[in-house]
Structure formats: C-alpha cells, structure tokens
Design a binder for this molecule. Structure first.
Ligand code: AP5
Length: 210
C-alpha cells in the first residue's frame, strides 16, 4: 500500500503516520524528519537545508526530490510506504509520479488532513518532541511517555515561523489537492477531531484498499 499524506504544518500528519506505520507495516518517509536528522548531523545536506527550515520556507525541490528518490530505492519501501511531507510542490508531485512509474509502482491513495489554521497555531505552540525516539507530544509531557527521553520544542514552531510555514503551505502545497483530486486519488479527512477519531477515518479508507 503506497500512501501520500497531505496537510498543513501541524495538521497531524506525523501523528497519524506513526499509527499507520504501526498497523500496516509500511515504510515511513518523512522528509521533515530526514532533513532534521541531516541538520543535527551537520551533513552538507543539513547545512544547506537549515536556513530554509529555520525561516519556515521550503528546501529547494532539486534537493528534496533527490533525497526521496534515493529513499524509495531502499528495500523496505517494497512492502509499501507512507510519504509524510512530500510532495509539497507541483514540481515534486510530477517528479514523484515519474520516479514511481520508473520503479513500476503507483500511489494507491492521497489523504489530505484538514485543520483550521487557528487550531494549528495553538497545536504547534504546544508541540514537544522526544529527543530520543521522536515521539510527538505536547507541553504537558514533561518527559517522553514512551522512553522517558527529554522533550524539546522544534525551532520552527515559534509563532512567526509558523505563520510563514502556513503561508508557504497555502501557496505551494494546496494546489496539490486539486492535482490529486484530478487523478482520482484524493480523499479529505477532517483532522480537527481527537487523534483516535481521525485515525479511525483513515483506517476505514486503508482497510478498503487492503
Ligand atoms: P515537516 O517536518 O514535514 O513539517 P510540517 O509539514 O510543517 O508538519 P509538522 O511536522 O509541523 O506537523 P504534522 O502535520 O506532522 O503534525 P504533528 O503530527 O506533529 O517539515 C519541516 C520543514 O522541513 C519544512 O518547513 C521545510 O522547510 C522542510 N521540508 C520538509 N519536507 C519538505 C519538502 N517536501 N519540500 C521542501 N521542504 C521540505 O502534530 C502537531 C501537534 O498537534 C502535536 O503536538 C500533536 O500531538 C498534535 N496533534 C496531532 N493531531 C492532533 C489532533 N487530532 N488533535 C489534537 N492535537 C493533535
């Protein structure tokens, strides 16, 4: 099963992807996670990506496309994958279609998680992540409920950066909703409900494909 998760920053893509990966055993490809790991390790990719990420902008298409192409060639993606945070521009969407066609694969479903921007600003202000296992939690988690690791706030979750990320999403990524609707792949899910309810809706869609 090959899944694309679309949604604004803070819509809950990472949270839902974690549930999907656990239940359906697909490879999780999060471009944000890959880029943050590169920034942390100070690799050439990380050094290039950091300034774009800190400003809430997009890392250049050429860089991200290459990264996803390489990732899709790894063996674990053969059992299926979930793309979380990619594609984010029309150029990325076309590159993805080309790459998958070369690999003899296809997207089975595109799930767009929609949440009101005011809710998103609140969610991101209180988001905290585990430094150790990347668990996604909130400011009420003083330590990671999974591994007891230290929780931290992402640099790009500052209010002014969040506003820029939302604007960039509106401009660059929302056109993909129509792009995938036109290909009969898109389903929209209301993400402004408790995590379990959102996941139940997603699970219903995925079980139909299985
Ligand atoms: P990335 O890491 O992909 O960030 P994003 O898309 O902005 O999404 P987030 O990770 O912020 O949010 P999410 O939707 O995963 O929400 P989450 O589940 O954490 O990208 C970061 C940066 O990398 C980009 O800005 C860009 O610079 C670069 N980048 C990445 N991909 C790129 C690409 N393809 N091209 C170019 N540049 C790229 O949830 C958020 C919070 O809400 C959490 O606290 C969570 O607990 C809570 N929550 C989740 N669901 C619910 C719910 N239903 N109810 C209540 N709270 C909830």
């Amino acid at each position: 099963m090959n899944i694309v998760l679309l949604g604004a920053p803070g819509a809950g893509k990472g949270t839902q992807a974690a549930n999907i990966v656990t239940e359906y055993d697909v490879a999780h490809i999060s471009t944000g996670d890959i880029l943050r790991a590169a920034v942390k390790a100070q690799t050439p990719l990380g050094v290039e990506a950091k300034s774009y990420m800190d400003a809430g902008g997009l890392v250049p298409d050429s860089v991200v496309i290459e990264l996803v192409k390489e990732r899709l060639q790894e063996n674990d993606t053969e059992k299926g994958f979930i793309l979380d945070g990619f594609p984010r521009t029309s150029t990325q969407a076309v590159a993805l279609a080309t790459e998958l066609s070369e690999l003899g694969r296809d997207i089975d479903i595109v799930i767009a998680v929609s949440v009101d921007p005011d809710v998103i600003v609140e969610r991101l202000a209180s988001r905290r992540l585990c430094r150790n296992c990347s668990y996604i939690g909130s400011a009420s988690d003083t330590s990671c409920p999974v591994c007891h690791g230290e929780m931290y706030q992402r640099d790009d979750d500052r209010a002014e950066t969040v506003r820029n990320r939302l604007e960039v999403y509106e401009k660059a990524t929302t056109p993909l909703i129509e792009y995938y609707r036109g290909r009969d792949l898109l389903t929209e899910v209301d993400g402004d409900r408790p995590v379990e309810e959102v996941y139940a809706s997603i699970k219903k869609l995925l079980d139909k494909l299985n």
